[in-house]
Design a binder for this molecule. Sequence first.
Ligand code: PLP
Length: 356
Amino acid sequence: AYNFNAGPAALPLEVLQKAQEELVDYQGIGMSVMEISHRSKEYEQLNEETQELLSELLNIPSGYKTLFLQGGASTQFAMIPLNFLNAGKVSNYIITGSWGKKALKESKLIGETFVSAQPEKFSHVPDISQLQLQNDSAYLHITSNETIEGIQYQQFPDTGSIPLIADMSSDILCRPIDVSQFAMIYAGAQKNLGPSGVTLVVVREDLLEDIPDHIPTMLRYDTHIKANSLYNTPPVYSVYIVNLVLKWIKEKGGLEQIEKINREKTKLIYDVIDESQGFYIGTVDKKDRSIMNIPFRLKDEHLEKQFLKQSEEDGFVGLKGHRSVGGMRASTYNAVPFESCKALSQFMVEFQKRNG
Ligand code: PLP
């Protein structure tokens, strides 16, 4: 199948094959990785190696910790204000789409929260050069890639001494980033990292100094840092697959190479949209288009239904836009092969010829 699902999303075929090979016998120990103790030396090694691979691929500077947590990115929406929005401080959010709104909602439940910028229509990233943040800001939160609306930051705001926190659930590892610009990055795994069940957090250690005492143990970042992500039973199998995905990215040549491929893949589809003379309508300003999620519309809804039906018949999966926005969306995460994007672009051209 040509898998364009938004999440859980495609995994590299080579990773699935390797996992299949090792399913009942992990590295010659005579049982599955799912059956080993998380206190065993095998898991300790897997945990360490996966952290090291991430450090290497993302070029994480010293002073940051990598955590593998549970509860998805949605739990981070609450953990961030619980840990960092202390009394007397305010949190700031730039809202560029649906996931940012969900993050904002949680912060409002916990403390004083401001929307620093939000465009009227979710079609672009607002001008971040003129941001005014109060001195008592706990942090500024952004969503680096809005999965539903297909809006991706090309540059990140300079917040000076105010911590910048980014939800990178749908574009982590799609391109190189400068981690030192961020106080914290987090991502649910189920797009570019691996299967759902594990959530990645990369956090700068100095942020952890003022976590209020009343925050429950499991919801405190310092608990997981002290325990090296082993405070309770970790999602061993998900971490194992993340490890294989990271090795796959390394073999592909790292993030520069991954970005180059992602740009080539998405150009195929954006070009068809741009050259269709209005038959296909891109919903995002060109400068902020995502290389992970491509939302588009057709000029009438009847044609959209037909497009979805025929694309399904031709083996394309997951092209229906999110129920909140309608239309179509092609999610082109790292594991989606160039050939799938090529096939989709050809299908789009043919569909226009038949129906234009
Ligand atoms: N943030 C973004 C940008 C997402 O795309 C998603 C899920 O699609 C989430 C957060 C929620 O992630 P989770 O399902 O891991 O809680």
